[in-house]
Write a new protein. Structure first.
Length: 199
């Protein structure tokens, strides 16, 4: 329940940015090219930056210390928000791909979209601890690098040729393994830096 309340607060904070995300996702997912489909999913990795920025601006951390939220719950809510947005983007892209499949000669293969989701998780695993550690003001360069990385990754993924169904090679599992490993390291690191910052 506490995590649910934190996520509702974060979604409320997003406000118009959340609507913008929805419009961008649907628009990019509907374009029948691998670049735009993967960009729509990778775009979700910058959402936690916006929420943390607003929390720093309003000094929400001090208020949270007086509420029944543990540091672990606050940190985990950042990840859950990013994962949820990326999963939503993935669902929209997959749905539109399935609807377009009978009418479009070109389509983005589902394994490519899944790899994009895993890369979005990787980007969040790298950037969230850095943003917590250095703050959003000092981490703006990090955010710019992330946006550039999103464009590069989307371009590279959009040009990849996906193997036939049932013959996925090991490299396609690489993003999944990397996402799990980086996240396992990222969450404890974020928690440690958050606790140190709020002391």
């Amino acid at each position: 329940m506490k995590l649910k309340a934190l996520l509702r607060k974060d979604l409320y904070v997003l406000g118009r940015q959340g609507v913008f995300l929805l419009v961008i996702t649907v628009a990019f997912a509907a374009i029948p090219t691998g670049y735009f489909n993967t960009f729509a999913i990778l775009f979700a990795s910058i959402i936690p930056f916006s929420v943390i920025n607003d929390d720093e601006r309003t000094h929400w951390g001090r208020m949270a210390a007086m509420m029944p939220y543990s540091p672990g719950e606050i940190v985990l809510s950042r990840y859950l928000l990013g994962w949820g947005c990326a999963a939503f983007d993935l669902a929209v892209a997959v749905l539109i791909q399935l609807l377009e499949r009978p009418f479009m000669a070109h389509r983005t293969e589902l394994p490519l979209l899944a790899a994009s989701f895993c890369l979005a998780v990787c980007l969040m695993a790298v950037t969230i601890p850095l943003i917590i550690r250095f703050g959003t003001t000092r981490a703006r360069l990090i955010n710019m690098v992330v946006i550039a990385s999103i464009c590069v990754c989307a371009s590279l993924l959009g040009d990849l040729e996906v193997p036939a169904a049932g013959s996925l090679s090991v490299p396609w599992f690489g993003p999944m393994i990397a996402a799990a490993a980086l996240t396992a390291l990222s969450i404890p690191l974020s928690l440690r830096w958050y606790c140190r910052k709020e002391k």
